[in-house]
Design a protein around this ligand. Structure first.
Ligand SMILES: Nc1ncnc2c1ncn2[C@@H]1O[C@H](COP(=O)(O)OP(=O)(O)O)[C@@H](O)[C@H]1O
Ligand SMILES: [Mg+2]
Length: 134
C-alpha cells in the first residue's frame, strides 16, 4: 500500500475481513485497533512516495498482525504505565498527547516484536491469542 494516512483504514478493513473469514469475529475489535496503530506508525515513519506492507497470518492458537516499512528508525514504546492518571502526560495537550500506540499494542497482544529486513526496513509484529481470552 502507498504510505498515505488514508490507507490505515484500509489496513483495518483487511484485518476485519480475514478474521471474519477465518471464523474469528471476536478478535476483530482488538485486532483492528492493533493494526491501526501499527499502520499509523509505519505511515508516519515513511515518506509519501514509499510503500508499507500489511501481513495477517493464522498460526497455531494465534493470529499474527504485521506491518512493514522501509524506515531505519525503531519503534520506541513509552516507558510509562498506561492508566487514566497517566493518559494526559501534559496538561496543555489535554487528550492530544499521542505516544500511546505501542503501549496499546503491547497491552492487547500476546507477543510483540520487530523483524528487520535487508537491505532496509522492518516488520513490526504483534501476535494475538485466538482462544482463552477473558
Ligand atoms: N514503524 C516505526 N518506524 C519508526 N519509528 C517508529 C515506528 N513505530 C513507532 N515508532 C517510534 O516510536 C514512537 C512511539 O510510537 P507510538 O507508541 O505509536 O506513539 P506515537 O505514534 O503517538 O508517537 C513514535 O513516536 C516513533 O518515534
Ligand atoms: Mg503511533
Amino acid at each position: 500500500m502507498l504510505a498515505s494516512p488514508v490507507v490505515a483504514g484500509f489496513a483495518r478493513e483487511l484485518v476485519s475481513g480475514v478474521l471474519w473469514e477465518w471464523g474469528l469475529p471476536f478478535l476483530v475489535p482488538d485486532a483492528v485497533l492493533v493494526m491501526g496503530e501499527l499502520a499509523a506508525n509505519a505511515i508516519e515513519a515513511s515518506g509519501r512516495q514509499d510503500v508499507i506492507k500489511v501481513h495477517v497470518e493464522l498460526g497455531v492458537g494465534e493470529v499474527v498482525l504485521a506491518v512493514w516499512d522501509g524506515c531505519a528508525a525503531q519503534p520506541v514504546a513509552q516507558d510509562v504505565e498506561l492508566s487514566l492518571e497517566t493518559l494526559d502526560l501534559r496538561e496543555e495537550n489535554f487528550d492530544a498527547n499521542g505516544g500511546w500506540g505501542l503501549s496499546i499494542v503491547e497491552g492487547l497482544a500476546e507477543r510483540y516484536w520487530v523483524d528487520h529486513t535487508r537491505p532496509v526496513g522492518k516488520w513490526v509484529c504483534a501476535a494475538m491469542k485466538t482462544s482463552g481470552r477473558a
